[in-house]
Structures are given as C-alpha cells and as structure tokens.
Design a protein around this ligand. Structure first.
Ligand code: FAD
Length: 599
C-alpha cells in the first residue's frame, strides 16, 4: 500500500495492525490507527467509525464477516446490553472471547490483563465449532495459516493475538499491565461497584461496573467462589516446544493427535524398551512450533534422573530443587525423537518467556472446578453480577486440550447470562439458569453438542441438545442455593437467622448484623462451640482481647475445619462496613461446614 495519501497511511497502519505478532505491537498499531483517523471513544460506535473510515477492499472483507456476526438476532442490533458496564479480568483466550460477545451485545467492556506479552507457545486443540467460530471472526485475515488443510490446533499466543485484534475492533477497551486485586462496593447511592487494581494510579480504579467476568486462568478465582477438587491418580505432565523451521523434512513428519496408551500398547512398550521412558500418552502438534505434551510415569522419571528423590507429597516431588532440569530436557527430547521416528532433524528447543528452553513439568493429579459459575452481590441495592469463564471455571485436561473449547462454550453462556441480566430478569432466576447450563459443561464433547455448528450462538439451545434451562429452580434454596455463594440480601437474611439460632443463649452474644455483633470474637466462639464444643472452651474466652481471640479462631478454623480466612484478626476485631462482605463470605463457610451437623 502506498503511503503517499493520508488515507493510504491509515491503510498501511491497518495492515500492520492485522499482521502484528506481539501484544504490545497490536495495541500500539491500534492506538496509532485511531489517532491517524482522529477517532476516539469505544464500543460499537468505534467499530462503525473504523468501518466508515477504512472502506478499501481488503478491510471490507473483514467488515463483512464482523457485520454478519453482529447482525445475529441475539444481539438486538447491539442494543441488548446497551446500558451494561462490564469489567473482564484476563486477556487469555476465554476472557477475550467473552469480551467480544459482550461488545457485540452493545455493553461497555473494559478488559484488564496483568501481563504485557503473549508468550505461550503451547498448542491447543480446536473442536470443529471453535474453528468455525474463529473463522467467522475473521481469523484468517489476521493469521493466514489459521487451520489450513486438516489442521485443528493453534498456539495459545496466536489465538490470543487474533482475539485481541477482534476485541479492539469491536471497541473493547484493553488495558495491559493492570492487575485486578478485588472489589469495592459502592460508596454512595448513585455509584456502582469498582475494582481495586495495581498500579493504584490506574484510571481504571474509577471505572464503575455492574458485571464482572473473571477469566484470570486456573490460579485465579475471585473471592466468594468455592473450588471443588477432583483427585485422580498421580499424573505428571510434560510439555515441550521445538523450533519449527518448516523444512521439507519437518513438513513430512506426521502429527500424533492422541496416541492414548490403551490404544497403542506396542508403541509405548517399544519406547520403554529402547529409551527407558515410560508414558501414559503423548500428543504431537506441528504448529508455529513442534509441540509435545505427554503424561510420564513417576518411576521412569526417577530412573532417568529427572526427579531426584521420591516423595509422597507431589508438590515437593516436582519442586525445582528436586528436578534435574538437564535430565528433563533430555527426557522430553528423547520422547519427541522416538515418537516421530527420529524424522525431525536436529530438534532445537524453542524458548519460553524467560528465554529458557520451553520445557515444563507439572502435576495434574488434582483438577479443580468452581462449584458455581456465577453469583450476585448486592450492596444496599447496588447489584453486581459475577461470572467465571475459562480455566478459573473448570480446569482443562491438557493432553486433550479441552480448555479452549469448553472455555468458549462458557464464554457464550456467560454472555447469555449478561443478556438475561440486562433484560431485567430477576437475579435468582438468572443464576438458576446459569447453573442449569453449567451442569452440562464438563460432559460436553464434539459428539454430544449440536452438530449444526454454523447455527451456534450465545443462546444455549443452539449448542446443547435438549437443554433444560430450568433444571435448577430459583426457589430451590436450602441446598443448592444457600450452598452457593449467592450473596443477595435474601441469602444474607437466611445466614443471619442461622447465626442467631446457633448462638442464642451464649453469654455476651447478640447477633443482629454482619459487623459490630462479631467484633469481640464471642459470637464466633459461640457459633463454633454450638456445633463443635470440643474445639472451643467458650467460658475461658477473654472478651477484652479480641484480636487474640480472632487469631485463635482463624487458625483453628483453618486447621480443624479447612475454613479459609477472609479477613485478618485485626479487621475482624474492628469490623467496619467494607468488611461486611468479607465476614459474610467467612461465615458462609461455617454454614457449609456445619449445616448438616446434628443440632
Ligand atoms: P488463561 O489463558 O490462563 O488466561 C488468564 C489470563 O488472566 C492470563 O493472561 C493472566 O495473566 C491473566 N490474569 C490472571 N490473574 C489476573 C489478575 N488478577 N488481574 C489481571 N489479569 C490476570 N492447555 C492445554 O490444553 N494444553 C497446554 O499445553 C496448555 N499449556 C498451558 C501453559 C500455561 C503456562 C498455562 C497458564 C496454561 C496452559 N494451558 C494449556 C491452559 C490453556 O492455556 C487454557 O485452557 C486456555 O488458554 C483458556 O484459558 P483462560 O483464558 O481461561 O485463561
């Protein structure tokens, strides 16, 4: 494109934006483009202005795809959520994908990401619907090699790049180097919920929103959500990436898309006999890198000197001090060489974000998932809808690469929930519907989701066959509801009555609220004593030394009952209004632990 006319300069910047290969470069090009065109603002308005300003043939092909998408009836011409303000945490594939849907619904969408680069080489398996979905968002415009031929995978970083570009074009406001740390309830009647972010000088601290979508990945779950752990048999995963030079020899080597041990005993036997490497399974994808993911048996890792000492506790077993990194690199390389019949010439490790050979060993014995997909917080009538998507909702099984497919399904489900919320559906109904849909997520596969993938939309009925959106009833409280962290005022009341009933008659205890009634520590001691008199000697508690009493309770509850502290002992002993939600979250855990105990 020649840059002699001002219009063409914008075209040239746009072309650079389309092909930018780093997160910061994408954001930089986009800023430059908006400046060049004199465009400000966000949301679909920005999208329409960009479209009007860039109407040359190459850009038009992309606009026509995005217009087709945006024209779907579910979005009501971009007005379905026109007065909704969303905050999305995390620019992983699922946060970005959810942000795109919210933007199409017409919401204001602010997305924050604590990092400033996309550096994951690892490759994700794409189900047919995800390939179709990404094509409809114009993936090939941004990344020409996207799923060419029979390829059904993509590196995590390429996927993030594609989605970031689409999100920006649709007016999502993306902020990198900003970490979400927590929520601040509205400080006055007119205000909405705000976020605590790092750095605290960020203008985002002033942003008020009514929906929070958390997509912070497997290690990040916002306060109020409970995790469930499924412990399987010991499973040690190894991922590794080698540089792909796209040579003829490399092109000819076949991929391995899931040689599960059970299907190919002979392969694993031969591998073991020849190399001493003992695997449960291995997957090889040829993408931007040569990517391998395998599940290795502990004994062979010990024998090959990768793990130095056997230990019962898996965290110590795989701790850096107990792993010989060079032996691990050799193990991964040998497995890669054997499983490709030594046809990949001179395997050379690709580098990770630290500039080191990209080999990682991790434990996936425990897979966690959140008990609930959403909750509502209500503070003096100001409601906040919180939804989880991606790995923080359900951790994926890496060898099957299910993360992104189920992650996209959850992103659509979350967007549907926000649509229902914006339409004024009662909160408990919105939550009940979301939980009814969530029940299906872990069982979904390409085989049991609707075959007509071109019809998929955020409407769950287009994706899940015979789904019952009312499987969980809004009034089915007691178990499903009280058990869920639905912190709406109704549930607060129920929790308060339970606390009152359980502490009635104890000296110096009168529970009337979730703040000052609890400061002396006596009320908590009474509550625990009521159900577990063996844990607290109520008569010897000193009401004058509240911080010490709270510290004793916090420690004991964590050790004996597995209840995580939410506030510090000093906060518990002073208990100001902003701590109220923290105390409710803390007390809800006692409710969970004791509710089935005999009175
Ligand atoms: P992620 O992709 O994990 O994204 C979460 C984002 O949130 C990150 O960018 C993170 O920086 C950001 N974030 C977290 N906390 C905050 C906060 N407080 N404030 C702001 N931002 C925050 N799956 C496989 O199937 N195969 C693999 O080989 C594989 N390798 C992986 C390697 C790594 C290092 C990681 C982290 C994940 C890997 N996964 C793999 C999982 C896979 O990447 C996810 O399933 C997929 O990316 C969808 O996840 P997500 O968008 O929910 O979360």
């Amino acid at each position: 494109v020649s840059a002699d006319k001002p219009g063409n300069l914008a075209h040239a910047i746009f072309e650079r934006f389309l092909h930018a290969g780093e997160c910061q470069e994408v954001l930089g090009c986009f800023r430059e483009l908006c400046q060049q065109l004199g465009l400000q603002g966000s949301g679909l308005q920005l999208y329409h202005s960009l479209k009007a300003a860039l109407n040359y043939w190459s850009a038009k092909a992309l606009w026509s795809k995005l217009d087709k998408k945006a024209g779907h009836k579910d979005y009501d011409q971009g007005t379905a959520c026109a007065s909704t303000k969303c905050l999305v945490v995390g620019a992983g594939p699922c946060g970005l994908r959810a942000a795109i849907e919210l933007a199409l619904l017409g919401a204001r969408v602010v997305l924050l990401e604590k990092r400033d680069s996309f550096s994951r080489n690892n490759v994700l398996h794409l189900w047919p619907f995800t390939i179709h979905d990404l094509r409809a968002l114009g993936a090939k415009k941004f990344y020409g090699r996207f799923c060419t031929g029979t390829l059904d995978h993509i590196s995590i970083r390429q996927l993030q790049l594609i989605l970031l570009k689409v999100a920006l074009l649709l007016g999502v406001e993306v902020h990198i180097n900003v970490k979400f740390e927590g929520l601040v309830p509205p400080t006055d009647k007119t205000g909405g919920w705000q976020a605590v972010v790092q750095p605290s000088s960020s203008p985002l601290t002033h942003y008020k929103f009514d929906v929070l979508i958390s997509a912070g990945g497997g290690k990040f779950v916002p306060e109020g959500f409970k995790r469930k752990e499924t412990r399987g048999k010991l499973a040690i995963g190894i991922t590794t990436n080698f540089i792909n030079r796209h040579s003829r020899a490399e092109v000819e080597v076949a991929e391995i898309s899931g040689v599960a041990r059970i299907y190919n005993q002979q392969f694993f036997q031969n591998l073991y006999n020849k190399t001493g490497i003992d695997l449960e399974n291995i997957v090889y994808y040829k993408d931007d890198t040569h990517y391998f993911v395998m599940t290795a048996k502990k004994q062979s890792l010990l024998k090959k000197g990768v793990i130095l000492q056997d230990k019962v506790d898996i965290e110590s077993l795989l701790s850096p001090e107990n792993v010989n990194r060079d032996a691990l690199l050799n193990y991964a390389k040998e497995a890669a060489n054997f499983s490709t019949n030594y046809h990949l010439p001179e395997l050379e490790f690709a580098l990770n974000h630290q500039g080191l050979p990209d080999v990682d060993m991790f434990d996936f014995t425990c897979m966690t998932r959140s008990e609930n997909a959403a909750l509502v917080r209500d503070y003096n009538g100001a409601r906040l809808l919180l939804g989880l998507v991606g790995d923080c909702l359900v951790e994926p099984f890496w060898p099957l690469g299910t993360g992104v497919a189920r992650g996209f399904l959850a992103a659509f489900d979350a967007a549907w929930m926000v649509r229902r919320w914006a339409a004024g559906t009662p909160p408990l109904e919105v939550l009940a519907e979301r939980e009814s849909i969530y029940q299906h997520l872990s069982q979904t596969s390409p085989d049991n989701t609707n075959k007509n993938i071109s019809q998929y939309s955020i409407d769950p009925a287009t994706r899940y066959p015979n789904i019952n959106l009312q499987a969980i009833k809004p009034n089915q409280d007691g178990h499903t509801y009280a058990a869920s962290p639905v912190t709406s005022e109704d549930v607060y009341k129920e929790l308060l009555s339970w606390c009152q009933a359980s502490t009635a008659g104890y000296r110096g205890v009168a529970v009337t609220d979730f703040t000052t009634s609890w400061t002396s520590g006596l009320a908590l001691c009474a509550l625990i004593h009521h159900f577990r008199p063996d844990l607290v000697d109520f008569d010897s508690v000193d009401p004058e030394d509240a911080v010490r009493t709270h510290q004793m309770i916090l420690d004991m509850a964590e050790q004996e009952l597995g209840i995580q502290p939410v506030l510090s002992s000093t906060e518990m002993a002073t208990m100001t209004e902003p701590d109220r939600l923290g105390l409710i979250t803390y007390l809800s855990q006692f409710y969970e632990a004791f509710k089935t105990s005999p009175e």
